[in-house]
Write a protein that binds this ligand. Structure first.
Ligand code: NAD
Ligand code: MG
Length: 408
């Protein structure tokens, strides 16, 4: 029988064991990654794992995978970590430097899954030694995207998008050339407040914001999904990952979270990636790349789902998304400020210091003030990015009382 030839696996390529490091191993993405590594058995060897302060969970993973090195970011937890690893021969350290050291150790593949801009320097340490970096930590690209991607080109580091929408785009983009690309579309679930009025969203409680309809994720990204700031961060992330302009990136609200990303080409073909809302799908794609790993996620049963629906996002009720586009168009330090202000705003909301609706207002006010005072140029180094990030955090914190007072 003659058939159109399909691409076949390169069986000549040696299937040697891959060494991996997981930054943020105790988080939601870390958990999914460790699950895949557990299932992968001998195919993977874990070089290092890191966590913020949960020494018990970190030590458990370190022992299970018999890692070379475990790092906890919270310096005060060093003794506890040493104690928890006593007798194992596993080396350990504490503080930011130890997390960076974990990333710098020789592993072929690194999962960057720290939450927030705190993940920037560790991710860069992996980039600097030319590793393959599966990037979940979108904030580090929003904070210092231009610098980060330029550095990756210089060192030969391969950045694989682990964020589901960007992983979808990565898969779809391979069916055409840059010149043929018209636009990319990333989808958003719309979060728990998709159908709520602006007044109800303004007053939403922490418990309501933490109830994501489709995905189970860390606290910060769950709040970001409720405000659609997450989609804003992802628009900026997509711009840096794939070298796109703001006009080439569209967002569609898709409550079923089955289609994750689409690419429209000049012949009007739209190529999409679909899958159950399970982060183990994009992570497995990164872990197996350039091949595919058999994955544990549920198979997609479209007949059971029945309907896939799409809506244009409402920027009035979800102003964070519009602010992200503005920051991307403004360029320079604006996305860095956008990210830092959002981290402060989310922390203030979680601490019940501000109402949900104030998150976007604080971000907007901080960008306005920052653009008058600091950083017109895009950060040209990690230190510059962190410096702008710190100024923006301080600015946001100083504006907080007045934003809170104005709206009450
Ligand atoms: P999480 O809060 O569940 O986990 C964060 C991990 O980072 C934990 O291991 C924590 O100990 C560690 N960490 C936190 N602060 C740290 C610090 N200052 N220094 C060192 N380590 C620190 O978060 P998550 O949901 O796993 O998300 C991680 C990243 O992946 C975020 O950037 C998020 O936007 C992105 N992401 C997550 C999902 C998801 O489904 N959870 C999907 C796409 C992208
Ligand atoms: Mg995403």
């Amino acid at each position: 029988m003659s058939a159109v030839p399909l691409k076949t696996l390169d069986t000549a390529r040696p299937q040697s064991q891959r060494s991996v490091t997981v930054l943020g191993a105790t988080g939601s993405i870390g958990d999914s990654t460790m699950d895949l590594l557990r299932r992968g058995g001998e195919r993977f060897r874990v070089e290092a794992v890191t966590a913020h302060s949960n020494v018990e969970a970190l030590a458990k993973l370190a022992r299970e995978f018999n890692v070379g090195f475990a790092a906890v970011a919270d310096e005060a937890r060093l003794d506890a970590l040493r104690e928890a690893l006593a007798g194992t021969g596993i080396a350990c350290g504490a503080g930011e430097a130890a997390v960076i050291e974990a990333a710098a150790r020789p592993a072929d593949w690194v999962m960057a899954a720290v939450s927030g801009a705190a993940g920037l320097k560790p991710a860069l340490a992996a980039v600097d030694r030319g590793a393959t970096v599966a990037l979940a930590n979108k904030e580090c690209l929003v904070c210092a995207g231009e610098f980060f991607m330029t550095r990756a080109v210089k060192t030969g580091a391969r950045i694989l998008p682990a964020d589901s929408e960007h992983n979808a785009l990565f898969q779809a983009l391979s069916s055409g050339n840059r010149e043929e690309l018209v636009r990319v579309i990333i989808t958003a679930s719309g979060g728990p407040f998709r159908t709520w009025t602006a007044e109800a969203i303004e007053q939403a409680s922490l418990e309501q914001a933490l109830k994501h309809p489709n995905w189970s994720m860390g606290q910060k990204i769950t709040i970001d999904s409720a405000s659609m700031m997450n989609k804003g961060l992802e628009v900026i992330e997509a711009a840096h990952l794939f070298g796109l302009t703001a006009d080439e990136i569209d967002v569609l609200v898709h409550p079923q979270s089955i289609v994750h990303g689409m690419v429209e080409f000049s012949d009007r073909s739209v190529v999409a990636q679909l899958g159950a809302p399970d982060m183990r799908i994009p992570i497995a794609h990164c872990l197996g790349w350039p091949d595919r790993l058999p994955g544990p996620a549920a198979r997609l049963d479209l007949a059971a789902i029945g309907q896939l629906t799409f809506e244009v996002p409402d920027l009035k009720r979800f102003p964070g998304l519009g602010l992200a586009y503005e920051a991307l168009r403004t360029g320079g330090g604006a996305p860095t400020v956008f990210n830092a202000a959002n981290e402060i705003a989310v922390a203030a909301f979680v601490a019940r210091k501000i109402r949900f609706g104030m998150i976007a207002r604080l971000v907007e006010a901080t960008i306005e003030a920052a653009l008058r005072d600091v950083a017109a140029a895009a950060p040209a180094s990690a230190d510059e990015a962190i410096a702008v990030d710190h100024v923006a955090r301080k600015l946001a914190a100083s504006l907080l009382p007045q934003i809170a007072a104005k709206a009450s």
